[in-house]
Design a protein. Structure first.
Length: 416
């Protein structure tokens, strides 16, 4: 088995979709292992932009199976919409497979997610896709699994039980019930429409040799290793592959971490290198930093070398793909965070004891290259200052950068 994994190294939106699309050329399967419709992965078919939320980014490759693994939480209503969107573009959806053990997001989960965000004035800033409440039900052992869709009676009975529980515990009142009532019929209809995609994924995964695994979100949003509580409710880091697909980590040949050449974050939570100045605005404008799922503006800042080094360590990254380098083309000066100042002390490594809200980044300054990288195909043809920037990141985090992305298109790539 030659298995490669693509994992978000930062707070999501690093360009995983583009890199998965690129690397899926020879893949027999592309498989997602966690998350759900909170993801927004952008790929291009010719010049047409396609944003995928739940379906793996290998879908543009005709011969490639797209596995939605047991660790995912699947929203049938949104999945049907995504399948229809692809069919309308003449993209075949025949090779999609949903694990029977994946959990199902219901209108109730989405309601609870929305209500919690409203009640707390967007404390986390979730995508309101029902992700947290669905994983709560999973771990509370009261969730609906994809296999239950094959048995309409069981599906309805679990759903009604959950609804009754929520009304009895006043998590939902009569008016609120009306809010979700309108979606229930569509939910059951959509469940029926995705029924035929549910099949054994385990035997397929173990029968193929060339598998590409696609992470959603990013390492710093990991429920265990991210900036808790400002995280998602799954394990996007490499450890999640084992639980979310049943693939032993010893089978992974390459674990490729995707990092933007700067940093972004959507939603709340600490972000030491965030820029609330003209440089931050410039990154947001040139980088079109608006969420692919919610449209929210992404917070922008400089590349955080300390967080990246941590990400490389816990994921066991063998390679890095550095994306959106072109967005830095017109900056006179570029900065990388190489340490944190905390209570008068200089720290050079990430620690679980760190109070990230109160660290001050220590920066190393780089001269910008002030050149358009458009069309460059060979690392040696990059401007001197650009190569220095890349080489510094590589040596600082101790992981080789083997892919450099300089534009959204499949061909705007430099492989080292
Ligand atoms: P994902 O969630 O990690 O798949 O990333 P998103 O799709 O949410 O966000 C990445 C955005 O950057 C998308 O609009 C991509 O088309 C775009 N993108 C990816 N790589 C590059 C790159 O190298 N340069 C530029 N300019 N855009 C890129
Ligand atoms: P992709 O796969 C960026 C963020 C949300 C919020 C937190 C929790 O496109 O990189 P959730 O809805 O998961 O409970 O929200 O996680 N978040 C993402 N940020 N990219 C994503 O996915 C994200 N998925 C969730 O903004 O801060
Ligand atoms: Mg995204």
């Amino acid at each position: 088995m030659a298995i490669k994994a693509v994992i978000g190294g930062q707070w999501g939106d690093e360009g995983k979709g583009k890199i998965v699309d690129l690397l899926s050329q020879d893949a027999e399967i592309v498989a997602r292992y966690q998350g759900g419709a909170n993801a927004g992965h952008t790929v291009y078919k010719d010049d047409e932009k396609i944003v995928l939320h739940q379906i793996p980014s290998g879908i543009l490759r005709e011969d490639c199976f797209c596995v939605m693994g047991n660790g995912m939480v699947i929203d049938p209503i949104e999945l049907v919409e995504e399948i229809n969107m692809l069919k309308n573009k003449n993209i075949s959806t025949q090779k999609i497979l949903i694990s029977p053990h994946a959990h199902i997001v219901t209108p109730l989960h989405k309601f609870l997610d929305r209500k919690n965000e409203e009640k707390t004035n967007n404390f986390i800033g979730t995508t309101c896709k029902g992700i947290g409440p669905c994983y709560v039900d999973k771990y509370n052992r009261v969730g609906i699994r994809a296999i239950d869709i094959k048995n309409q009676e069981k599906l309805k009975s679990i759903f009604v039980d959950r609804l009754n529980d929520c009304t009895m515990t006043s998590q939902i009142n009569d008016n609120e019930y009306k809010e979700i009532e309108s979606e229930i019929e569509l939910f059951f209809k959509s469940c029926t429409q995705i029924k035929n995609y549910i099949d054994d994924t385990f035997n397929l995964l173990f029968s193929k040799n060339n598998i590409l695994i696609e992470g959603a979100q990013g390492t710093l949003l990991d429920i265990d290793h991210g900036t808790y509580p400002f995280v998602t409710s799954s394990s996007p880091f490499s450890g999640g592959i084992s639980t979310g697909l049943g693939i032993p980590l010893t089978k992974l040949e390459n674990i490729i971490g995707i990092f933007k050449a700067y940093a972004t974050r959507v939603g709340s939570g600490p972000f030491p290198t965030e820029l609330n100045d003209s440089n931050g605005k410039k990154l947001q404008d040139i980088g079109s930093e608006f969420g692919a799922t919610t449209g929210r503006p992404r917070r922008c800042g400089w590349f955080d070398g300390i967080a990246a080094k941590y990400s490389c360590m816990i994921n066991g990254l063998t390679d890095i793909a550095l994306t959106k380098l072109d967005i830095l083309d017109s900056f006179e000066e570029i900065y990388i965070c190489v340490g944190y100042e905390y209570k008068g002390q200089e720290l050079n490594n990430y620690s679980e004891l760190l109070d990230l809200d109160n660290v001050k980044p220590i920066y190393k300054k780089f001269k910008g290259w002030n050149t358009n990288l458009n069309g460059i195909k060979d690392f040696n043809m990059l401007p001197f200052e650009c190569k220095e920037y890349i080489k510094f990141i590589e040596s600082f985090v101790g992981t080789k950068i083997s892919i450099i992305s300089i534009g959204p298109g499949r061909n705007e790539i430099i492989q080292k």
